[in-house]
Design a protein around this ligand. Structure first.
Ligand SMILES: [Zn+2]
Length: 305
């Protein structure tokens, strides 16, 4: 039923774009609002010059705790289409997105991903890990779903969106192969990725890397002293060379682990920062999705080799 409503809304998007006299000679581009910068960048590859894409959450923003500002609400109000990650990544926006779905298409990337591919973890809301962009294969499944839905809403650009998607898929596949080759080169015994929060489980699954998050699923949770002590023991025992901080979360816990290791006369490096839930500044290495993946792979190889 929802799909039928969306289709109707999509068709009516065009009729809404009449000028004041009601003439329909020229319509402006569709305005799509993405929740995160990662989604914005990927959508830009798909829509090209057929639509305008903006994002609510800019560089370095933690989506788990983000609350929309009045300016964000204005942007969402003006959007023709909203695209979100889903799986409660946008924890504080879930209700608001449901409300917008009553009046305009709200497309969810996770809806295009096979349920069997979603990592289950009690640490997350609904027991589903939302960090799906770190498995390029399933992320592209999600983006394919969005490209197809956009083509239904904007039929005149349908083929253009799918062609763009396929071109982007090739670029993503190349980076994926490159990442696999580089991460395979790490000596297996030290191949454990210890990070600030549990953002990298999909990444670990895709590239055969053991992953330990210091902070439980969401960045909302407080890390207990016991967990820190356990992690110190783990790092010392496995002789892990580096633990990684992230751009969108605090490095406080990582630093307590380093201090804990020091007390046990084991020296572990602080590495990164890795891009986890947000892109870097536009002119930085991590300023786009593929750049962020590459920067992470290089930092991990450097820190663990
Ligand atoms: Zn996260």
């Amino acid at each position: 039923m929802k799909k039928v409503i969306y289709l109707f809304l999509g068709l009516s998007l065009f009729s809404c774009r009449l000028d004041e006299e009601g003439a329909s000679e020229k319509r402006g581009p569709l305005h799509i609002v993405a929740t995160t910068g990662i989604i914005e960048d990927c959508l830009n590859h798909i829509v090209g010059d057929s639509a305008e894409v903006s994002a609510i959450m800019g560089p370095g923003t933690d989506p788990h705790t983000y609350k929309p500002t009045p300016a964000d609400i204005e942007l969402l109000d003006e959007a023709d289409i909203i695209v979100a990650n889903g799986l409660h990544l946008e924890g504080k926006m879930a209700e608001m997105l449901d409300q917008y779905a009553e009046e305009k298409p709200v497309l969810i990337i996770a809806d295009g991903i096979d349920e069997k591919e979603i990592i289950k973890s009690a640490d997350f809301a609904d027991a589903k890990d939302p960090h799906i962009w770190f498995d390029t294969k399933i992320w592209m499944d999600g983006l394919w779903h969005i490209a197809r839905e956009l083509g239904k809403l904007d039929t005149s650009s349908k083929d253009y969106y799918m062609d763009n998607f396929e071109a982007y898929q090739k670029e993503v596949d190349e980076v994926d192969q490159w990442a696999k080759a580089h991460l395979d080169s790490i000596d297996h015994s030290g191949k454990v990725l210890v990070t600030s929060h549990d953002a990298f489980s999909y990444f670990g699954r895709r590239y055969n890397l053991e992953v330990k998050g210091i902070q439980g699923i969401s960045t909302l949770s407080e890390v207990g002293l016991k967990e820190i002590a356990d992690m110190v023991d783990f790092v010392v025992e496995k002789k892990i060379k580096s633990i990684f901080i992230e751009t969108s979360t605090s490095d406080k816990t990582a630093r307590s682990i380093i201090d804990g290791c020091k007390a046990k006369k084991y020296s572990v490096e602080l590495a990164g920062p890795l891009y986890s839930d947000a892109l870097g500044e536009p002119d930085s290495d991590g300023g786009n999705y593929l750049g962020m993946l590459k920067a992470n792979v290089m930092a991990i190889v450097e820190g663990l080799k």
